[in-house]
Design a protein around this ligand. Structure first.
Ligand SMILES: C[C@H](O)[C@@H](O)[C@@H](O)C(=O)CO
Ligand SMILES: [Mn+2]
Length: 587
């Protein structure tokens, strides 16, 4: 596979007499940027991102063409033009409308790279090609070949987000089933996926799962292994159903077998499986080139078949019976917009995304009234109950540990056997709530028992405004045991619970926890590990999705330079105007 790459364009003054001493400097900047990216940035496969450098320095349009040809062959999705000197803006710039662009101008004054930067950015702005501006805060000596820290951060953020744009381009979104319970996000918007993300939506009827189970279209050797592993590692939890609604032991035993097969089948529908080819199922073996998908579940499935919770929970986790593996994004209730939220979070963290109902704001007063406990510390302003109706990536237990022993959620490729074990031990599988889910199955029950920095994300579609993004950085918090029990039991205690306290800024949407909840765009959100709001803001600007609400500091907002041409004060409204002016990336 020709993976997306970052292309580096060393730019130079065309006057050969002048450039002799510059050639080396500009090439050394290109090389330094390549090394920085290749040594620090991993893609979602856990592989280091690759860069290509133009075959020659670029002083004008002939060399710009040669470079563009090379980059097209190499699947370059983001271009970083670098220079330490004055060069000719509109003659050297990258004019390929499909690449994401940045320019790094060396901050020195002998041969002013930053003057080129300013000039070429004005050309980008005037021609309508958004480009990110990178330029160090402090003047460097001409002989200094190091990349200052502020420049490093910008180069890496640009590269991470550009690679994400290239990773999703040309992939598919697989809707398994149709619309769940009238949830609007579950009406897959073809226009949004195709034009904003470059992703092709596809539909597969849920009956396909039954067909593959009935006709045994799955890898039987893997199934035996997966089933055995499941019996050993997945603890059955309490049956919360009234006695007469409980399924019998033998029904439950059959349901376990069914849900393991169903998980493999959904994965195979999305990604394919060469083993199916050996069984004579060539078309099935190909899969659907999915980057994400969703499962309708309620109601036409869950009214008579085991719920999809086991499948959704494991596919979204950073591991399964085969050990650590890349999360396979699968939205609950076919909420396509939450799937995109999960996808964005995954692309920025290389870890799992946890799907959740944004269910309830617990004010400090309400907590006190119901439990007698006065919230303190991070809970002092109240908190939000994140709880999906039965499925969540097991990474959300917060049981993985970093080297220092802190509880974290990790990029999947850093997960150890001990992490996997700990996540499994913290999860119970409770028979699904029979009132809601007549077909049985098992819900993943856990509580996030860790204080972790996380970012809650949601993509919305707003008539008149188009797609928008909401970002809330904050912390998962833990509550005193008794308090947790009292308020968790007010809803379905067989579901996975996370208590979330967003970081407050004292202003606007982040003036209070209440306001964060009140302004959330839908019943769902997805959280990932870390405070990745600044990465999401950069990614959203590349895809021309305005951010309607965020709690990231002004200094950390990094968008294409021309965004400032739409206003530098009220960042949100300038973002909307810029996104509308440039429009979706793929027309
Ligand atoms: C069981 C219920 O139907 C839940 O699935 C429902 O509250 C939701 O999750 C809505 O998003
Ligand atoms: Mn829901």
């Amino acid at each position: 596979m020709n993976k997306p790459k970052i292309g580096i364009r060393p730019i130079i003054d065309g006057r050969r007499a002048e450039r002799a001493n510059l050639e080396e400097k500009v090439m050394s900047m290109a090389m330094a940027a390549k090394i920085l990216i290749e040594e620090n940035l991993k893609d979602t496969d856990g592989e280091y991102v690759q860069c290509v450098i133009a075959d020659s320095t670029i002083s004008g349009s002939a060399q710009a063409r040669d470079c563009a040809e090379k980059f097209a062959r190499e699947n370059v999705v983001g271009t970083l033009s670098v220079t330490s000197c004055w060069c000719y803006g509109s003659e050297t710039m990258d004019t390929d409308p499909m690449t994401v662009k940045a320019v790094w101008g060396f901050n020195g004054t002998e041969n002013p790279g930053a003057v080129y930067l300013a000039a070429v950015l004005s050309a980008h702005a005037q021609k309508g090609y958004p480009a990110f501006s990178i330029y160090g805060k402090d003047v460097q000596d001409k002989s200094d070949t190091s990349i200052p820290e502020d420049v490093q951060e910008k180069i890496l953020r640009f590269a991470r987000c550009a690679i994400a744009v290239g990773t999703i381009r040309g992939k598919s979104y697989v809707n398994i089933g149709a619309v769940s319970m009238g949830i609007q996000g579950s009406y897959c918007d073809d226009n949004f996926f195709q034009k904003y993300l470059g992703i092709r939506p596809e539909f597969v009827d849920m009956i396909e799962i039954n067909r593959r189970i009935k006709e045994e279209i799955y890898d039987k050797e893997e199934y035996e292994r997966a089933y055995k592993w499941t019996l050993e590692h997945c603890q059955e939890g309490m049956d919360n159903n009234p006695d007469k609604m409980q399924h019998t032991r033998s029904q439950k035993d059959e349901e376990w077998k069914f849900i393991v097969k169903m998980t493999m089948i959904i994965r195979d529908i999305m990604l394919g499986n060469p083993k199916l080819r050996d069984q004579g199922y060539y078309e099935e073996s190909l899969g659907r080139n999915a980057i994400a998908g969703g499962f309708q579940g309620q109601r036409m499935w869950s009214d008579w078949q085991p719920v999809g919770d086991f499948s959704e929970a494991f596919l979204n986790s950073g591991f399964d019976w085969n050990g650590p593996r890349k999360p396979i994004i699968l939205a609950t209730e076919n909420d396509t917009l939450n799937a995109v939220s999960m996808l964005f979070g995954h692309l920025m963290s290389n870890g799992s995304s946890v799907f959740a109902d944004v269910r309830c704001y617990w004010s400090p007063e309400a907590v006190k009234r119901v439990t007698g406990w006065e919230p303190e510390g991070k809970a002092a302003g109240g908190f939000i109950h994140l709880i999906n109706s039965g499925a969540a990536a097991l990474d959300g237990t917060g049981q993985s540990r970093d080297k220092a022993g802190n509880q974290v959620m990790k990029p999947w490729y850093d997960m150890t056997d001990a992490d996997v074990d700990a996540c499994l031990r913290a999860t119970k599988w409770c028979p699904a709530s029979a009132g809601y889910f007549k077909g049985g199955g098992f819900s993943s029950q856990f509580r996030t028992a860790a204080e972790m920095p996380v970012t809650l994300v949601r993509v919305n579609l707003i008539a008149g405004a188009g797609p928008t993004l909401q970002i809330a950085e904050g912390y998962t918090i833990t509550l005193p045991e008794e308090v947790h029990q009292i308020i968790d039991k007010r809803t379905d205690p067989t579901w996975p619970t996370t208590w979330f306290a967003p970081n407050l800024t004292g202003r606007g949407a982040f003036g209070s926890v209440y306001s964060v909840m009140a302004k959330w765009g839908s019943n769902h959100g997805a959280f990932v590990y870390g405070h990745i709001g600044k990465d999401l803001i950069t990614l959203a600007s590349m895809l021309r999705i305005p951010v309607s609400m965020h709690n990231v500091g002004y200094e950390d907002v990094f968008r294409p330079h021309c965004w400032d041409g739409f206003g530098t004060d009220g960042q949100e409204s300038a973002d909307y105007r810029a996104c509308h002016a440039y429009g979706a990336m793929y027309r």
